[in-house]
Ligand binder design. Structure first.
Ligand code: BDP
Length: 701
């Protein structure tokens, strides 16, 4: 009897535990279709790895682990295939016909002499090939005609962690920092390795460990040992570590009187520091620098330029493999300026003036990770400088960890945008992958959404954003649909109807959010906390830190005139791009208020006037969250119950907050527009005073 009870409990255990999301898209549940399993197993009798190295060993282990789960049996690994057939060969060969069309991290998967071969010029390429093969199985795709050739389009594919030494994460919504600085280097959390696996599986090869608002502590000898310990864990997965550096470190740590980049002692200090870093971490990736931005120190503190600052670090790095990633996120407290124009004005004049190790990292839009922005006008306008892309995965402006926003469409919108700088088809993606202006130092960075939460990202579906970022950094030509499909089938369910529904939810989620949060080119409707609606916010030491600066509502209309009669920010774009946005009559509605101050009663291409159109967005946006809830309810039988309940709860909160947003906006704007809420929408149940009060209470927390 006791034994029976034990068996019963054992059987129930996995069900009761539920899916805590820890395994991300690396679940490897056994493939339920037995004949498919058999057909896979037939061509996977053994794994033969030619050679040995930490990364190749990782590749072999990952393949064994994946196949064990998916096929339900252990596949033996052997040193060489000999004459055997029916197995998988992992092969590194620097030269030859098989790899001459690859770049170092690229791979080829072919069926040859009855063996599946994964071939690359490098160990890392084989590792990526292994994950690609596993993905085929996870997607239940046939292997018969499998012939894959894949090359990463971008060289440096990295996460930027905004993590602080005290374990907090700037703009982090998934718990505390994963890095346990106080335990390192002695104690190595198993989470570090799992983090590395997840990244390697989507091709991420770099990680900036600390916040761009950088504590100088990371550069001390004590912390470098901790960094080295993390580098040791990440290295077998092909991932390099990078550090954000504080430009004033020579003063703060070195006791120098200045951090002037042209001062010989300062230069010597950096030179020594870089040497020390490479003695501790021989494959250190490089520096990320936020300088003269939002109060951070930088070369301009000494009347020097961004190029002076970057080139000092470039010189210190000269004999080492690392790069210097210099951020273009700058804007000044100038009441007469348009923040939109700031980064372009400061950086474009320095095109061609940066050293050979520098990459300038540019946020996707001109302002700051807003729900929808036009692409940054810098892209395409610095042809003699490698430009990297910075996307934000953490949902600072996208509803934190309670709102569902699948970000691939946001990334794609920017990457696919046409800069026209070298004629039609000069997309941002081609600037970023170096193909437009012919450079190899290419970079795509994502501000991480990971933390200490068991499921890594807080919102279980936000894992899809980490996944999508990695996949797009590898290959920006993938579609949002393809990526969503992969992620859902690997992480949530393979039930076809449920896959379709969830995919549809993901694909619509960003527009839904934009509709109730910042439609038609509105932006930044908040002040301190980037969450609660405060479109009325008009007090701050700096005008560009108020909400009214961005939307410019008045009795005539709404929006920021950035045409020639206004700030003329439009002139920073190629004339062809300007053409698309310059005329309020033809400017696409999603960008209208970015560039035009539009009268409330102006008839739009939709057939509605501005006020009615805005209300339609706010109301349908909020209502669509109920659609998300209904769809999610439908997939319940196909999704793990614990995960399902978690998401259902978050969607309920999202709905409440979407209504909050809608009410805040329409009640506030109505004071200027002086128009009724159009039918069929009902006027909000609360007053503007009520909403403001609730926001004040929220801000107290
Ligand atoms: C802003 C964030 C701030 C970051 C800054 C940056 O609010 O916390 O430090 O971006 O990117 O959006 O430097």
């Amino acid at each position: 009897m006791k034994r029976l009870l034990f068996l019963y409990l054992l059987l129930l255990a996995p069900l009761a535990k539920g899916d805590d999301g820890y395994q991300l898209w690396l679940k490897y549940d056994r493939i339920s279709n037995a004949s498919l399993r058999t057909s896979y197993t037939r061509s996977m009798q053994f794994i033969a790895t030619e050679g040995s190295s930490p990364i190749l060993n990782t590749a072999t282990d990952e393949l064994r682990q994946g196949l064990k789960g998916l096929l339900g049996q252990s596949i033996p690994s052997v040193k060489a295939s000999g004459n055997r057939t029916g197995g998988i060969l992992l092969r590194v060969t620097p030269m030859g016909a098989d790899v001459k069309d690859l770049t170092p991290e690229g791979y080829r998967i072919v069926k040859r002499q009855d063996n599946l071969q994964i071939i690359s010029q490098t160990d890392a390429g084989v590792l990526y090939g292994v994950f690609a093969l596993l993905r085929q199985l996870q997607m239940n795709r046939p292997l018969d005609s499998l012939a894959v050739v894949s090359r990463p389009k971008v060289k440096f594919r990295m996460l930027n962690h905004w993590d602080n030494p005290n374990a907090t994460i700037e703009r982090g919504y998934a718990g505390e920092s994963m890095w346990k600085w106080y335990e390192l280097p002695e104690t190595i959390s198993p989470r570090y390795r799992d983090y590395a696996r997840a990244n390697a599986s989507i091709g991420i090869n770099g990680t900036v460990l600390n916040n761009v608002n950088a504590s100088p502590r990371l550069l001390t000898g004590e912390y470098l040992k901790k960094v080295a310990a993390l580098a040791d864990v990440l290295r077998p997965y092909g991932i390099k570590v990078y550090l954000s550096v504080n430009f004033a470190a020579p003063k703060i740590l070195g006791g120098l009187k200045t951090s002037d980049p042209l001062d010989p002692q300062v230069r010597q200090w950096w030179f020594n520091k870089v040497k020390e870093i490479y003695q501790t971490i021989p494959d250190f990736g490089g520096f990320l620098v936020k300088a003269n931005s939002e109060g951070e120190p930088g070369p301009q503190d000494y009347d020097r330029t961004h190029a002076d600052g970057a080139n000092m670090l470039d010189e210190a790095m000269k004999t080492y493999p690392g790069v210097v990633i210099w951020r273009a996120f700058v804007y000044k407290a100038d009441p007469n300026a348009d923040r939109f124009k700031a980064a372009f004005e400061e950086f474009v004049p320095f095109d061609g003036k940066f050293g050979s190790k520098v990459i300038v990292q540019v946020k996707n839009g001109p302002i700051d990770f807003q729900p929808r922005e036009p692409f940054s006008p810098i892209f395409g306008r610095m042809p003699r400088t490698p430009l990297g892309m910075e996307f934000q995965l953490t949902q600072e402006y996208l509803g934190f960890a309670t709102h569902l926003v699948y970000e691939a469409p946001l990334f794609k919108e920017c990457l696919d945008a046409d800069t026209y700088v070298s004629g039609k088809g000069s997309t941002v993606a081609k600037v970023i992958d170096g193909s437009l202006h012919g450079y190899e130092r290419t970079l795509m960075a994502g501000v991480a959404n990971t933390g200490s939460d068991r499921n890594w990202t807080g919102h279980p579906l936000a894992q899809a954003n980490w996944y999508a970022f990695g996949r797009l950094a590898w290959d920006h030509s993938l579609t949002s649909e393809q990526i969503a499909e992969e992620w859902i089938r690997m992480s949530l369910t393979r039930e076809p109807k449920a896959v379709r529904r969830i995919r549809h939810m993901l694909l619509r989620s960003r527009d839904i959010y934009v509709n109730y949060n910042a439609p038609m080119g509105l932006s930044r409707p908040w002040a301190g906390v980037h969450f609660a609606p405060e479109p009325w916010q008009n007090k701050s030491p700096r005008p560009d830190w108020t909400a009214v600066y961005y939307h410019r509502a008045d009795s005539i209309g709404l929006g920021f005139n950035r045409t020639a009669t206004g700030s003329n920010a439009l002139s920073q774009y190629h004339p062809e791009v300007q053409k698309g946005w310059a005329d309020a009559e033809t400017c696409p509605l999603p960008y209208l208020l970015w560039f035009h101050h539009v009268p409330w009663d102006k008839p739009l291409s939709s057939g509605r006037n501005l006020w009615d159109e805005l209300c339609t967005h706010f109301y349908t946006g909020a209502d669509s969250v109920q659609w998300l809830q209904r769809e999610w309810a439908q997939v319940k039988p196909a999704v793990d119950p614990v995960l399902h309940a978690d998401v259902a709860g978050r969607l309920r909160t999202q709905y409440e907050e979407a209504i909050w947003w809608r009410d805040a906006w329409v009640l506030y704007l109505q004071e200027y527009a002086q128009r009724p809420i159009p039918a069929p929408f009902q006027k909000p149940k609360r007053t503007l005073v009520d909403v403001k009060e609730s926001v004040n209470v929220y801000l107290l927390r």
